[in-house]
Design a protein around this ligand. Structure first.
Ligand code: UD1
Length: 340
């Protein structure tokens, strides 16, 4: 119950204040508590996907409220196994604007991870990739704008037309509607729960699962191509920083999320042989259509404005990832099959 009077802070000493005055006095504090890190509602799109499900886990362990949507195009229900009672999960597609509007109700922060990745996929079916990555993102932006969310963090991978278009829309929504948006450019994120059993699986998930099962991996090209392979934990912390960093530091900006280190595929294979114990052969195939030879990110802006740092280095991330897939293989041997 409220007291009739409370001492006012300050040199003037105490004076009687009314209940209404007291509520007014407490309102900023209540707002801060309501919107403080511990009480915010996060909407994760692509929540059952590789990065989305890692994000959901991190948010829950920080005591946040989480709502997730996924259409299971590339995400898997098992990625959220055991978390069902802790999150408000809805199976829906970001192409369904009505479902998005409903999912957006009461949301503070949107972490938009839903996308169709893979360069070969976008070459094979550019219309589908465009629809999910551009139209889908536009829907998320419109629903977020209308729900007046506090901030939207959009994650993309570079060098793809549909993702570049989405990125421009995201920035435009900040400039035109004042919706605070932040773009994160992911560079070859890898780690636990990454899809391994699709023809569009990323190279590390593919190679690790193959080596653990004694199956031969295939290097496309000479193996001297390089990537800025980045452990998923770094992408998770970048999202949390992007959602909470001072708005004037980050809104309307793009940040590279990577480690700033160039690692060749050949070097990676050497490390993976040690970590997995694989001693079999390595096949070589023709270079892949649309492949980029080298990708290396400058992370200075993310370090400066987001306070981002790639806390988990490549080799440590690789070790943790191999460990995760090894445990998975041992606990569910029949479900870990590698396509192609
Ligand atoms: C990745 C993302 C893509 C994103 C891009 C930019 C995935 C699946 N793709 O593409 O969405 O736009 O980063 O950040 O995450 N390779 C082999 N053998 C294999 C598979 C791949 O040698 O069995 C080679 C590829 O030819 C390529 C390298 O490994 O040179 C990496 O391939 P991949 O993991 O598909 O990633 P990116 O093409 O870099």
């Amino acid at each position: 119950m409220f007291c009739k009077s409370i001492p006012e802070f300050g040199p003037e000493g105490a004076r009687n204040i009314t209940r209404a005055e007291m509520i007014a006095l407490l309102r900023p504090l209540a707002r801060r508590m309501l919107f403080s890190k511990t009480m915010a509602l996060y909407l994760v799109t692509g929540a059952a996907g590789f990065i989305g499900s890692n994000l959901v886990r991190a948010l829950l362990s920080e005591g946040q409220q989480v709502r997730g949507i996924d259409n299971f195009a590339t995400g898997k229900p098992e990625n959220l196994a055991g978390l069902e009672s802790q999150i408000d999960f809805r199976e829906s597609d970001i192409l369904d604007l009505d479902a998005l509007r409903s999912a957006m109700e009461g949301v503070d922060y949107v972490l938009h991870q839903a996308a169709l990745g893979s360069v070969p996929r976008s070459i094979a079916d550019p219309v589908r990739s465009n629809r999910a990555n551009v139209e889908g993102t536009l829907n998320v932006l419109v629903a977020a704008r209308d729900a007046k969310v506090r901030r939207l963090v959009h994650a993309i991978s570079p060098y793809s037309v549909s993702k570049l278009a989405a990125e421009l829309y995201v920035r435009t929504f900040y400039r035109v509607y004042g919706l605070p948006t932040v773009c994160l450019r992911y560079f070859n994120i890898f780690g636990p729960r990454q899809l391994w059993d699709s023809q569009y699986s990323a190279v590390l998930a593919n190679f690790i699962t193959r080596m653990l099962r004694g199956q031969t991996p295939t290097i496309f090209g000479d193996g001297e191509q390089s990537r800025d392979f980045t452990f998923v934990g770094n992408a998770v912390s970048a999202n949390l920083l992007a959602a909470t960093a001072p708005v004037d530091q980050v809104a309307g900006r793009f940040f590279n999320i990577a480690t700033g280190t160039r690692i060749s595929l050949n070097h990676t294979v050497k490390l993976l042989k040690q970590l997995t114990g694989y001693e079999g052969p390595i096949d070589h195939g023709p270079e892949r259509a649309g492949d980029v030879k080298h990708a290396l990110a400058d992370i200075a802006l993310a370090e400066k404005h987001l306070g981002y740092t790639p806390a988990v280095a490549f080799e440590e991330g690789l070790r943790r990832t191999v460990e995760w897939y090894r445990n998975r293989t041992q606990s569910q041997p029949s479900s870990l099959t590698v396509a192609g």
